[in-house]
Design a protein around this ligand. Structure first.
Ligand SMILES: NC(=O)c1ccc[n+]([C@@H]2O[C@H](COP(=O)([O-])OP(=O)(O)OC[C@H]3O[C@@H](n4cnc5c(N)ncnc54)[C@H](O)[C@@H]3O)[C@@H](O)[C@H]2O)c1
Ligand SMILES: O=CCCC(=O)O
Length: 480
């Protein structure tokens, strides 16, 4: 499979002629090659987006809405094909890939609808001969950077609101998963977006793109999803030209189970939250706090459930846990597990790599650790792998303090039958998303964003449109 970049309505190679391979993380087979874009490619894409902005920003909201809706319909028609590409390059089970592509399509539909609700205000003036009007206008050219863990959803979650607002976009997908993004751009092409409105540049490594857009004053906004480390780098660089930034960064979610919770439901929820996408989800449970009165029972039930999960190639029927993205990720996960064991943790299940049916990819066995202390790396850092560290607690105050004692603040989960307690916890946790008896809070209409080092701003819902719009206050003096 050879794929190209999409600049100014054309499918193009890099000006350098260079390419990089895309590897199936389950088999380590090369599944495609994409152009290795350089600074000149980024420059051409930004120039195209800048030219297109003058006309795109003046289109009616109905025109933008219709194109987004058309893209939604085409993406739904092509769900099976694109989900297969996603699983081939990312590794997640095909059922999850299908779910992700449908979810990605829903962002197109949501922002097709939201495009028509970009309202302003009129405000009572301080003088009889004056009027105050506030309008919303698009920020300008947007550079969007996406990670590999949700290669479809992260793209539409950014591009759909940007286009709805009247911005033009240059996207750089992750170097590990560019093929899904390229397939999505063929959807935008088929939907009929004018040349230059959406552009895709693939670069490897990412800083080729980062440095080019930071230096280019035509880029007015950066919307980034990825690690906190790279997010900080982009924020520092963006400060130079006071570019707008939206940052969706790393997480370290506490998953709290009280003694009065429905334990079977909480176990199922933990499986979904922790092992979906092999634990490589920004909102996935990273630390599992269980009340000491029920921790043994909970751990026993969790082990019984998790040991039945089939690990393997995401394209194979019945597989629930795919590979991790690459060997470096596997080594990072192993280092966290080893450090925990060295300091007294016990491996109840898994604990290291596995090789399902002779596959060459990096597979980490679904793992449960007990006797974990909150200060171990596996609790303090984002693991991004299928490891569930179990930590006992005795009181509400104690678990809130432990849950909040990390630099991240993306998602948190609480399981209890006590509504008062659920709401108390919901308010006390320093997180942007709280799932109360709900392991899957992500929906298109709600704000998805983190506190503290997990980011700035939120995507989804009407909130997701805000950051692509500027306010303009017009003070109007009347002749009498
Ligand atoms: N908060 C959220 O909504 C959310 C969603 C998904 C993933 N994430 C986070 O993403 C991380 C995993 O993704 P990743 O490993 O792809 O992250 P990453 O930061 O390594 O890479 C993300 C993207 O940034 C690019 N990049 C790297 N260096 C760059 C630079 N100097 N300038 C510009 N771009 C650069 C990469 O090529 C990639 O496209 C995890 O921390 C996860 O929690 C957050
Ligand atoms: O990593 C991003 C999470 C997206 C989701 O919860 O579906």
């Amino acid at each position: 499979m050879t794929s190209r970049m999409y600049i100014d309505g054309q499918w193009v190679e890099s000006v350098s002629g260079e390419e990089f391979p895309v590897v199936n993380p389950a088999t380590l087979e090369v599944v495609g090659h994409v152009p290795s874009g350089n600074q000149e490619d980024v420059n051409q894409a930004v120039a195209a987006a800048h030219r297109a902005f003058s006309s795109w920003s003046k289109t009616t909201s109905l025109e933008r809405s219709n194109l987004l809706y058309r893209a939604f319909e085409i993406l739904l028609e092509r769900t099976n094909e694109i989900a297969k590409i996603l699983t081939l390059e990312q590794g997640k089970p095909l059922a999850e890939g299908l779910g992700e592509v449908k979810f990605a399509a829903e962002y197109l539909r949501w922002y097709a609808e939201e495009a028509r609700r970009i309202y302003g205000d009129t405000i009572p003036a301080s003088a009889t001969h004056k009027r105050i009007m506030v309008i919303r206008q698009p920020v300008g050219v947007v550079a969007a950077i996406t990670p590999w863990n949700f290669p479809a959803q992260m793209v539409t979650r950014k591009i759909a609101p940007a286009l709805a607002a009247g911005c033009t976009v240059v996207l750089k997908p992750s170097e590990y998963t560019p093929l899904t993004a390229i397939a999505l751009f063929s959807v935008f092409e088929a939907a009929g977006f004018p040349a230059g409105v959406v552009n895709l540049v693939s670069t490897s490594p990412g800083d080729v793109f980062g440095d080019a857009i930071l230096a280019d004053s035509r880029v007015r906004k950066i919307t980034f999803t990825g690690s906190t480390h790279v997010g900080k780098y982009l924020m520092k660089g963006a400060a130079e030209q006071v570019k707008r930034v939206s940052m969706e960064l790393g997480g370290n979610a506490p998953f709290v189970v009280f003694e009065d919770a429905d334990l079977d439901a909480a176990v199922e929820a933990c499986v979904v939250s922790k092992f979906r996408n092999a634990g490589q989800t920004c909102v996935c449970a990273n630390r599992v706090y269980v009340h000491q009165r029920v921790i043994d029972e909970f751990t026993h039930k969790l082990k019984n459930r998790v040991e039945r999960m089939k690990v393997g190639n995401g394209l194979e029927a019945g597989v629930e846990v795919g590979p991790v993205i690459h060997a470096d990720a596997l080594n990072r996960i192993q280092a966290q597990v080893d450090e925990a064991v060295k300091h007294g943790a016990r491996v109840v299940l898994g604990g290291g790599p596995v090789t399902p049916s002779g596959l060459k990819g990096a597979f980490f066995a679904p793992t449960i650790l007990t006797q974990v202390s909150d200060t171990m790396r596996v609790c303090q850092e984002e693991t991004f792998g299928p490891v569930a560290p179990m930590i006992p607690f005795t009181s509400e105050e104690q678990v809130v303090a432990m849950a909040n004692r990390v630099e991240y603040g993306l998602a948190a989960y609480v399981f209890t039958r006590d509504l008062d307690r659920a709401l108390r916890l919901g308010e006390a946790l320093e997180y942007g998303i709280v799932g109360l008896n709900d392991p899957l809070p992500g929906v298109v209409q709600a704000p998805f964003g983190g506190w503290k080092s997990s980011g700035i701003g939120a995507e989804g819902g009407y909130y997701g449109l805000e950051s692509f719009l500027e306010y303009k206050y017009m003070s109007i003096g009347l002749s009498r």
